[in-house]
Design a protein around this ligand. Structure first.
Ligand code: BG6
Length: 482
């Protein structure tokens, strides 16, 4: 289904995500003429606003989150004119009629649910009851899609009762990031890497996602989830799947997602017997980030907690291609920097005619944040007359994304995802079987933690997790790329 929507219905329209990301993204698309002509954006939430008040809220969000030079008044006014608002208590079915009336023709409708998961069920029932789930309606859902396999199935069943999979768009905003898509271009648009992209050519893979922020006022949500479920279950496993998948035949929703799900199902279960050797849990204590003192997690929370704010995992993909290749994953809050990157560590040359002479195996560094870049370390000869023997040094062969595409504005991940939703392109959305494979693996780890009462080890804010995270790789003779 690739008919563009004529209405976009935003649930949770007054919330943080809407103000920070969704409205600025829609504005970015509108100002570049990328939204379908006449697309109406209808916000809804519990707050008793009218359309004028919602436009004010949107105008403030744009002032706060879009650079001044990108919002000329006429463009802002044209965008705000698309907006309407209908207040709604999603737990009561009677309000949905007013929403349907505002939508008008429901034949080309995109819906974005950015609400508490407890509202997914009643919202979907209300939408269906009001005739907003017909053939032309697509539904996008923001995480968290449950907190384990069982609860995710409840949500997915409620969705499936009204919207078939072909019209369901599960968001993982990492898939909207430019460099994440670039990983596909790199792997499948170049002949260079594929012959080496396996256990014979690759020693190990590291995926790190570090954040400097702490709880950010999300205590209720975060303390119930922890880093494993907040970050690994979704974003990190999607990155792993893109690194590890077989080449899809086409860049289309079925081909790409079929290959990802095979990887996710091949993840070796980590059970109680393996959690101590393969996982590390951590929780930040007081420390400093960029020279500024910050409080510990329990202080921010106001009570003691065993929730992990850091997790490191040694994972394996049990298939032919990846036999014996560890995938080291780590993510945490209050790390020294905001950094998302994938490191592909190639194997050393089989025989070095130079002796060790500074030899280091090639490394592909895919930086997602803060800057997008792709670099490959190569061995080069250090210039000189080599009277004491020839010396080699690893030098970066850099794609230099910033310079290569200097004239192209980098889009927020949500710009891409919202446009794909509006146009009905599902490739960058997560399919139900993927989500379930992700939860299956994560639930196994959590069961292992519970069974072994594995504690969250302390680390001082501003560090890459507890010392045990270093030991996790050092035991294999591997160092984290810092
Ligand atoms: C969200 C998590 O999914 O991703 C947050 O819930 C996290 O805890 C965020 O901060 C990170 O996203 P990004 O795009 O800033 O790396």
């Amino acid at each position: 289904m690739t008919v563009p929507a004529t209405s976009l219905l935003l649930f949770g329209a007054t919330g943080d995500l809407a103000r920070r990301m969704l409205l600025p993204s829609l504005f970015g698309l509108a100002s570049d003429g990328l939204l379908p002509e006449g697309l109406k954006i209808i916000g809804t939430a519990r707050s008793a606003l009218d359309s004028a008040a919602f436009r004010d809220l949107a105008a403030k969000a744009l002032e706060q989150f879009v650079e001044a030079e990108r919002r000329p008044p006429a463009t802002v006014a044209a965008f705000l004119a698309r907006l309407a608002y209908v207040p709604l208590d999603a737990t009561k079915t009677d309000g949905f009629a007013a929403l349907a009336a505002e939508v008008g023709d429901p034949g080309r409708l995109a819906i974005f649910l950015s609400t508490a998961p407890s509202l997914f069920g009643p919202t979907i029932a209300g939408l269906a009851g009001a005739g907003l789930a017909g053939d032309g309606a697509r539904l996008a859902l923001e995480k968290p899609l449950g907190s384990d396999l069982a609860s995710s199935r409840v949500i997915n069943d409620a969705v499936a009762a009204a919207y078939p999979e072909s019209r369901t768009f599960r968001i993982d905003h990492y898939l909207g990031k430019e460099t994440v898509q670039n990983l596909l271009a790199l792997r499948f648009g170049n002949v260079l890497f594929e012959p080496l992209w396996n256990a014979a050519g690759i020693d190990h893979v590291q995926i790190s996602v570090g954040e400097t922020v702490g709880l950010e006022g999300r205590a209720d949500y975060y303390d119930g989830m922890g880093a494993l479920r907040d970050m690994v279950q979704n974003h990190m496993l999607q990155l792993l799947a893109l690194v590890a998948m077989e080449p899809p035949a086409r860049f289309d929703p079925t081909s790409v997602r079929d290959e990802k799900v095979k990887v996710l199902r091949s993840l070796r279960p980590i059970t109680a017997a393996g959690v101590a050797a393969h996982t590390v849990r951590g929780q930040y204590g007081a420390g400093a980030i960029a020279g500024q003192p910050v409080a510990g997690y329990a202080d921010e929370l106001g009570r003691a907690s065993n929730t992990e704010t850091f997790v490191a995992i040694k994972a394996h993909v049990d298939n032919w291609r990846w036999k014996g290749v560890p995938f080291y994953l780590r993510t945490g809050k209050r790390m020294p920097g905001r950094l998302s990157e994938i490191i592909v560590q190639f194997r050393a040359v089989p025989h070095s005619m130079f002796g060790d002479a500074g030899m280091a195996a090639n490394k592909l560094i895919i930086s997602i944040q803060p800057e997008e870049n792709i670099g490959l370390t190569m061995m080069a000869k250090v210039p000189g007359l080599d009277r004491d023997g020839l010396k080699l040094r690893a030098v970066p062969l850099d794609i230099g994304m910033q310079n290569a595409f200097a004239d192209v504005r980098r889009r927020i991940a949500y710009e891409r995802l919202l446009l794909d939703l509006i146009e009905g392109q599902q490739t960058l959305f997560v399919r139900r079987d993927e989500v379930e494979a992700q939860w299956t693996w994560i639930d196994g780890i959590r069961a292992g933690w519970t069974e072994t009462t594995m504690p969250a080890r302390p680390y001082a804010a501003g560090n890459w997790g507890p010392a045990a995270a270093i030991a996790l790789t050092e035991r294999d003779g591997v160092s984290w790329h810092d």
